[in-house]
Design a protein around this ligand. Structure first.
Ligand code: A3P
Length: 303
């Protein structure tokens, strides 16, 4: 293989940029970054850097598929290119647009128990409200000085509702005690409201539901399911992970890399009143059942 210089990087002349054959479509705060980085441990996977936001942002979509393809990494024949943009899941136009690109694309949807996801979303919005630069700052955790941390995605737009100084409880409950369904972290956790659109466009077997809570607990079984789904050789295993007690999460390694996700992934969540958690779980129960029915799988989230 001949080596060519390109943009300061070397690439093999037999490689090219390909449109993604698989896309992580969401859900935000469910482990989309962890999932992409874990899949990238596989020698047959190439990943786009950052979040491309091609299908959900009109100004990008208008640039056309050639623009999108150029955002993809170089890959060899037989490798699968993957990108992740978590807002695809909740953007109405996206299923049709992805289908128009490739009707047989494979989609990965990672979900988490909806109340945990909402608290994670709140925690991220609160961090951004306090320190808006956090999302783009780099830097390694001092406790993990011997390993590299994984690059953050491009900062998302400041679409967040203003929530500075307000507690999670204040934001999720109306003064009369009912749930504020229009608070974005709650709205996004109502998965069935978005899922049905995807199933109108794609067949069920094109979409794999990844359990984000289990990906945190024990990533390997979820990754094995994905290898099967993507028709990849089984290559990811226990040897690729070690638990980092300081971080409280698994870190990743293979022959060429040893990485933990950066501090913005795996944040400490604020304490939320158990009564409010119970109330939210009850509220979500009916919605979760609708999601289970749509996807034909019971995720077993607590009631
Ligand atoms: P928290 O920061 O609330 O714990 P996303 O990449 O979609 O924004 O998801 C972020 C979430 O990924 C984190 O939410 C964290 O729980 C989860 N995650 C899963 N596996 C992880 C890992 N190995 N390291 C760090 N975070 C991980």
């Amino acid at each position: 293989n001949e080596l060519n210089g390109f943009n300061g990087k070397l690439h093999f002349s037999r490689t090219n940029r390909h449109l993604p054959q698989a896309i992580i479509i969401g859900v935000r705060k469910c482990g989309t970054r962890a999932l992409l980085e874990m899949l990238f441990l596989h020698p047959q996977i190439q990943k786009a850097a950052g979040e491309v936001h091609f299908f959900d942002r009109d100004e990008n979509y208008e640039k056309g598929l050639e623009w999108y393809r150029k955002k993809m990494p170089y890959s060899l024949n037989g490798q699968i290119t993957i990108e992740k943009s978590p807002s695809y899941f909740v953007t109405p136009e996206v299923p049709e647009r992805i289908h128009a690109m490739n009707a047989s694309v494979k989609l990965l949807l990672i979900v988490r128990e909806p109340v945990t996801r909402a608290i994670s979303d709140y925690t991220q919005l609160r961090t951004r409200a306090v320190t808006p630069s956090t999302a783009s700052s780099s830097g390694m955790s001092t406790t993990m000085a011997t390993v590299t941390t994984i690059e953050e995605e491009s900062p998302q737009r400041p679409s967040q509702q203003q929530q500075s100084g307000r507690t999670f409880e204040e934001l999720v409950l109306h003064p009369n005690g009912t749930i504020n369904e229009s608070y974005r972290p709650i709205t996004i956790s109502l998965y069935h409201n978005y899922m049905y659109r995807w199933l109108e466009v794609f067949s069920r077997d094109q979409i794999l539901i990844v359990n984000g809570d289990q990906l945190i607990e024990d990533p390997v079984p979820q990754l094995k399911r994905i290898e099967t789904f993507l028709h990849l050789e089984p290559r990811i295993g226990r040897h690729n992970f070690y638990f980092n007690h300081t971080k409280g999460f698994y870190c990743l390694r293979n022959d060429t890399a040893d990485k933990c996700l950066r501090e913005s992934k795996g944040r400490r969540h604020p304490r939320v009143s158990p009564l409010v958690v119970a109330k939210l779980r009850k509220f979500f129960n009916e919605h979760n059942q609708r999601f289970y029915e749509l996807v034909g799988e019971d995720l077993g989230w607590p009631e």
